[in-house]
Design a protein around this ligand. Sequence first.
Ligand code: ZN
Length: 155
Amino acid sequence: MSNFEELYREIILDHYRSPRNRGELPSPPALRVEGFNPLCGDEIVAYLQIEDGVLQDIKLTGQGCSISQASSSMMTSAVKGKSLEQVRDAIATFKQLMSVHATTLQANAQPAEADLRTLGELAALQGVVKFPVRIKCATLAWNTLSQGLDEYSAA
Ligand code: ZN
């Protein structure tokens, strides 16, 4: 295992063992949105508190594998307090990381360093998404958040 893989593993385990922003928000006013990954059985319930175009607060409950839970914990840290535009950017960047990784696996290439810097500790997830089925685990929380934003804009 390389030093990077070791570090990534530590970050993921830390989020899995001590998930950030765990819990519920009163709904309403918070928006409640559910996500499910039938391939693995991962479940997520996200509570989004959106005011003045800013994701003021986010809380999550749910259960599932370490990847899904660590990814959702990292996500809350990454998007809490950000403008909806920044949140959408983060979702897009993360999904790109997952798809880039999937396509570069064959070529045995690494994601661009600049991308990893932008993502901070989220980059840890690219190190463990070694099978397509795990990508669903890692992206579940992000898809759920994205769905929540869509419901908010449509309301
Ligand atoms: Zn999973």
